[in-house]
Design a protein around this ligand. Structure first.
Ligand code: MN
Length: 326
């Protein structure tokens, strides 16, 4: 398999305490995103901050939302990262300051590249279906490209790999020769793997990547151990394939990438390299939507009816850049 991005210096997994294949269970943490919205946060965790350039992983649902508002995230800003909206059940209405206005459905990739700055809102459509189940993932942009112009991509025709017992949709990057149209800035991959009952398959991996697995349903056997939802299983580097078995079926997300060797500052919705950048981005956002002639670091989100999300207070101690492992 080739690397997913060109002109990116390839670094290998050597010279690191976790250089080879490992199997490290990182339990999820319950996080409340507002009234009635609880998610399982898998990255960053106490044990690890990043897997490749993947720096944030939330798994939510399946939640019964028939008589509830569902997802209601008012406009908020991002810098320095890409967000990946991935739905397993239900729909999310995405609107952003570029004017994007899209409903994202299961099997479709919503890929928002914040770059220098963007604002977006995410809501369950009204009316909406009974169930909401999905993942919110972030990818850190490398230093050289983190101030690029923002963009939004919506891909409904993602490549699907089929083998007996396996159906895998490639969200980002390349898996087994199938490549996602989503634009990435470091070599990485993300795939949604569905296993039929009785499946026993080998999935080829890029050995220079580190990988991690997040089960979303069932308890598939990943490389010789059952893995139920509620934890991220870090697999380390140096694997050229992964044995997948599922006596009762199962479904998981597999994320991977070249270890990200830059230290980052991650706070609220921002990925930066210094605390001062975070403070500046926060101040821009708190100043409100740009008026004519002002610095439009973050635009308004057209069509959203309601107040934007305010930033929390900065912590009393300085925000420091940190590396991918703990
Ligand atoms: Mn967001």
């Amino acid at each position: 398999m080739s690397n997913v991005a060109t002109d990116v210096p390839v670094e290998f997994c050597s010279g690191d305490a976790s250089a080879g294949p490992v199997r490290q269970l990182l339990p999820a943490r319950a996080v409340s995103l507002g009234p009635g919205t609880e998610v399982r946060r898998l990255l960053p965790s106490l044990g690890r901050r990043m897997v490749g350039a993947w720096c944030f992983v939330d798994h939510y649902g399946p939640d019964e939302i028939a008589a509830r508002p569902g997802m209601q995230v008012p406009p908020h800003p991002h810098i320095g990262l890409q967000t990946v909206s991935w739905l397993l059940d239900g729909e999310v209405h995405h609107r952003d300051s570029l004017g994007s206005d899209v409903v994202i459905r299961p099997g479709e990739l919503g890929l928002m590249t914040a770059g220098a700055g963007i604002a977006h809102a995410e809501q369950s459509p009204n009316p909406h279906g009974a169930l909401l189940h999905g993942a919110q993932l972030w990818v850190a942009l490398p230093d050289a490209e983190r101030a690029i112009a923002p963009r939004f991509e919506h891909h409904s025709g993602l490549p699907v790999i089929t083998e007996p017992g396996l159906r895998a949709t490639v969200l980002l990057g390349e898996v087994a020769g199938a490549r996602s149209p989503g634009r990435v800035h470091t070599p990485l991959m993300g795939v949604d793997v569905e296993l039929a009952p009785g499946a026993d398959v080998l999935l080829p991996l890029e050995p220079d990547f580190e990988h991690a697995v997040l089960t979303v349903s069932g308890a598939p056997d990943i490389d010789g151990g059952e893995l139920a939802a509620g934890a991220l299983c870090y697999l380390g580097c140096g694997r050229s394939q992964l044995r997948l078995r599922a006596p009762a079926g199962g479904r998981f997300l597999l994320l991977g990438g070249i270890p990200f060797d830059e230290e980052i500052v991650m706070w609220w919705n921002f990925v930066a390299r210094a605390g001062a950048e975070v403070a500046a981005a926060r101040a821009h956002w708190q100043a409100g939507p740009p008026t004519h002639g002002s610095d439009p670091l973050f635009g308004a989100v057209p069509g959203y009816d309601g107040p934007a999300l305010g930033a929390p207070d900065l912590p009393p101690t300085p925000l420091k850049p940190r590396g991918r492992a703990r």
